[in-house]
Design a protein around this ligand. Structure first.
Ligand code: ANZ
Ligand code: ZN
Length: 864
């Protein structure tokens, strides 16, 4: 055994033998309980970053631990391989996105292997491979035929110089990120998934996700955004035609407080009014150009214009003016609102700006309405009662809504209505590096799905996009085809799918990566995923789309679960200090920690920093999430090269619990490394003794009873900690056992047995976290079989029973000493021990004892 801990060589050897023995490859074994442990698959950007390392280490620790519980554990890995960065890299480096992606996959796979993850690589998936996306296309055709996918026009960001559609994140301050051109909104035909058809189920089933973080469930609920309200009709006459303007409201109880109605810029009534009103027309155009993001709408200045039109109040018959307002969304409800400035924040701001009347119709006892306190008036709709509302007066929120709804229904001027914020999912992207949409456009037959035997529609892999327009739309060899129905010349769809589509079902394909159908019955064994691990940034879309796909696939009889992920763990971010200088133009230039010298105060806290290159100071920007933009990343490769994978894994698991953020610390890394070196040298020093297999003593020698009990307590604690994912305290437990082992008196013959046992336990406790060093030591110390096949240690209930306990001895409430008594001792016995105790005699100085108070298991207080 080498006395020096050499992680590079032992890790390489361990990994080679695992790979050689195919240890992590699993098949469906009905005799065993299965455990599907899945970490969100990475986008192959080129190199792992620390967030990946953390994510996959957490997953690997869970997977290895579950395996130690005797389960059949599946831990697969793959690549979310389509997407825009490949196209950008292609333009920059003049390399085809496919080649760039495949080479990134190769290097990241290499890195993952170096970290020693127990991955079943035989199931590897790259979503850009035809063998994967052909099934996505197949599903598309099935859903299209069932009406779960449909085509309609949608609004996109159009860059008039590059002649291309831009994603929202490519539009910066209203301009194209490459061209700088002012972006226009364009209406183009797109394909939509009818996710709204599943809105109710997606919402209700959140209640079944008992092991998801509350925060994620709340985000999902809000995104789906179910509102129960009333659609109210406001009649009007236009060009001698009778019509109604519909609005959706959740506050029908405020109907008598309506002082205007507002419609979205895209509303037909707005267009009608603009026909002979150029000022209004210009305003509408301005609104249409603005952002469509809801978050932007919430903060933007409330603007509007009067249309010159009036509608009638459905109850009072009064004339109500119609405005166009920029805060009304065409895509929500009816694209129109009844405005109640006294009780709605946005309406209030708008009414103030345009001096529209404000009429209070809800009253809260002992509070008076004024323009300064209005915000309290809409905040709590459940406290007030109606006033100034004729027959509604003195009714509360619910009563008033019921009454209004009934009144309106009778007059045929309204009905109760459930509305969702969730919109159908538009998946067409005018991009090259994505899954081609399997539709053929025929002049005769319309949109025809590509027949199954013609799938996949293969994406040509040798294209280098130039940034102007969609490359596929410029490739006749791709789009020229014949109609599968009438066999006339026809044109292939040249849009590709949103890359969220690939990640919505990859977890099911891992169960049967080579199936000659989309998903086969092996998925029934593996699904649902038992534990899913990933970043909180996917709390909404990715998880919602995956849930939606699972329900659709269930309805197509492909899978037989309704939810994809049983338990969800959202890992915290990895943070690190930042350093910067301000440039003359006022921009911040960020420096990596490797470029600066940091001075520390006596307590080791940083006080100032200077740039190594010029010796001048740089500002300290605080602890931030590791990111390229702040240049505060730590390269995992350097870490692995310097200290080895086990140190990286140990530091990450020890520094903080998985859900919290992890602050990078070089000294923490070094500390972790030192612990592993200590473990190694302890084992090598005592290797000969540990290897000797002593008989188990008949009874635990009394000299070691409490020592052994402490070991058992650690086992018990780490079991709990593994279950609740508190890996940092598992590590502390391991450290404690190493301390205990080091304290053993090895000159006592009997202790040799406990040395071997304790080391065996320690290795098994640490194995899921640092598999290489424990694997190697297990072998070197001649323990049975391989550690990979071992069970996690179980506490011995007998050894846990304490036969003696310590009680704190207090005299007049002051701690003076402790006494040792049998764990089962009754109060008479304890009292007799106390009365005879030397410390008691010393402090009572002959005064009589009045009382002895016993707090069982904890202390004794002597009152004199
Ligand atoms: C009158 C009213 C009075 C409203 C009041 C609120 C408070 P949730 O709960 O999120 O569904 N609204 C309806 N359609 C809209 C649209 N297309 N664009 C912008 N706002 C719209 O919100 C429902 C409320 O949002 C509705 O109730 C409506 O304003 C507004 F004291 O109607 B309310
Ligand atoms: Zn045809």
């Amino acid at each position: 055994m080498n006395v020096v801990y050499n992680p590079q060589s032992i890790e390489k050897k361990a990994q080679e033998s695992w790979e050689h023995e195919n240890l992590y490859q699993v098949t469906e074994d009905l005799s065993k309980e299965k455990f599907y442990c899945l970490s969100m698959f990475p986008y192959p950007s080129g190199k792992l970053h620390m967030g990946h390392v953390r994510n996959y280490t957490i997953g690997d620790v869970i997977a290895r631990y579950q395996r130690m519980l005797g389960k059949n554990v599946l831990q697969p890995m793959g690549w979310d391989a389509f997407g825009l960065p490949a196209e950008n890299a292609a333009m920059q480096n003049n390399i085809a996105p496919a080649a760039w992606t495949y080479s990134n996959i190769a290097s990241m796979k290499q890195q993952l292997k170096q970290l020693g993850f127990a991955i079943d690589w035989s199931r590897e998936i790259a979503t850009c491979q035809p063998s994967y996306y052909r099934w996505e296309q197949w599903l598309f055709t099935k859903l299209f035929e069932r009406g779960l996918i449909y085509r309609k026009t949608g609004t996109v960001n159009w860059d008039p110089i590059d002649q291309t559609v831009l994603a929202n994140e490519q539009v910066i301050d209203g301009k194209g990120w490459r061209s700088g051109a002012v972006i226009e909104k364009r209406e183009i035909p797109m394909y939509y998934f009818r996710i709204t058809q599943y809105a109710e189920e997606l919402l209700n089933d959140i209640d079944t996700l008992d092991h998801w973080p509350e925060q994620v469930k709340t985000m999902q609920r809000n995104w789906i955004g179910k509102s129960e309200g009333v659609t109210i009709h406001f009649p009007y006459t236009l060009d001698d035609q009778q019509a109604v303007l519909k609005v959706f409201t959740t506050r029908a109880d405020t109907l008598m407080g309506v002082t205007y109605v507002a419609v979205a810029a895209e509303h037909p009534l707005a267009s009608h009014a603009a026909q002979n009103n150029s000022e209004l027309d210009a305003f509408i155009e301005e609104c249409k150009r603005g952002s469509v993001a809801e978050a932007d709408l919430a903060v933007q200045e409330k603007k509007g214009q009067f249309t010159g039109l009036y509608v009638q109040h459905p109850i009072s018959g009064e004339n109500i003016p119609v405005w166009v307002a920029n805060y009304v969304l065409m895509s929500y409800g009816e694209g129109a609102v009844m405005a109640v400035p006294a009780h709605d924040e946005r309406d209030f701001a708008f009414a103030k700006t345009y001096q529209l009347p404000i009429k209070q119709v809800i009253s809260i006892e002992n509070e008076t309405f004024s323009a300064d306190s209005w915000s309290e008036w809409y905040a709590d709709k459940h406290r007030g009662v109606c006033i100034n509302s004729e027959s509604l007066n003195s009714l509360n929120h619910h009563q008033a809504i019921e009454k209004i709804a009934a009144l309106l229904e009778e007059k045929k001027l309204g009905e109760k209505q459930t509305t969702f914020r969730l919109r159908d999912w538009g998946i067409s992207r005018q991009r090259y590096w994505g899954c081609p949409i399997p539709i053929i456009h025929c002049n005769q037959c319309g949109d025809v799905t590509v027949p199954e035997e013609q799938l996949p529609v293969v994406l040509p892999e040798d294209v280098i996009p130039d940034g102007a327009g969609s490359p596929l739309a410029k490739l006749p060899s791709f789009y020229e085809t014949t109609c599968p129905k009438c066999h006339q010349p026809a044109k292939r769809e040249t849009d590709t799918m949103d890359t969220f589509v690939e990640s919505s079902w990859y977890f099911a394909r891992y169960a049967c990566p080579d199936a000659s159908q989309m998903i086969d019955k092996r998925a029934d064994y593996w699904l649902a995923v038992d534990q899913y691990i990933g970043g909180i940034e996917h709390a909404i879309l990715h998880l919602l789309y995956s849930r939606f796909f699972t329900k659709m696939m269930r309805d197509l009889n492909l899978v037989h679960v309704s939810e994809p992920f049983q338990k969800l763990l959202t890992q915290g971010m990895v943070t690190a200090p930042t350093f910067y200088r301000e440039t003359p133009e006022g921009r911040k230039q960020w420096f990596n920690k490797t470029e600066v010298d940091i001075s520390l105060d006596p307590k080791g806290r940083p006080i100032s920093a200077s740039l190594i290159a010029d010796g001048n100071t740089v500002a300290m920007g605080g602890i931030e999430k590791m990111s390229k933009s702040k240049n505060n990343g730590v390269d995992p490769q350097t870490l692995i090269d310097t200290y080895g994978a086990d140190t990286a894994r140990l530091f990450i698991m020890f520094a903080s619990p998985p859900e919290q953020s992890l602050e990078w610390s070089d000294s923490g890394v070094q500390g972790s490394h030192r612990f592993l070196k200590r473990l190694w040298s302890f084992a090598t020093q005592h290797a000969a003794l540990i290897r000797t297999q002593k008989e188990k003593p008949n009874a635990i020698p009394s000299s070691i009873k409490s020592w052994w009990r402490e070991v058992q307590q650690v086992i018990q604690q780490t079991e709990k900690d593994y279950q609740r994912h508190q890996f940092n305290t598992v590590v502390s437990g391991g450290m404690k056992i190493l301390n205990l082992l080091e304290s053993l008196d090895l000159s006592i013959e009997n202790n040799i047995y406990y040395l071997r046992e304790g080391t065996n336990i320690l290795l098994r406790i640490l194995y899921p976290i640092v598999p290489h060093i424990t694997y190697t030591l297990w072998e070197e110390l001649n323990f049975k079989d391989s550690i990979v096949t071992q069970k996690s240690p179980q506490a011995d209930p007998h050894a846990l029973i304490q036969d003696e306990i310590d009680l704190v001895l207090q005299i007049l409430g002051k701690t003076r000493d402790k006494i040792t008594v049998p764990a089962q001792a009754d109060s008479t016995y304890i009292e007799s021990v106390v009365r005879d105790h030397a410390t008691v005699a010393k402090f009572t100085e002959g005064r009589p004892i009045k009382r002895i108070v016993i707090v069982p298991g904890r202390l004794v207080n002597v009152v004199i």
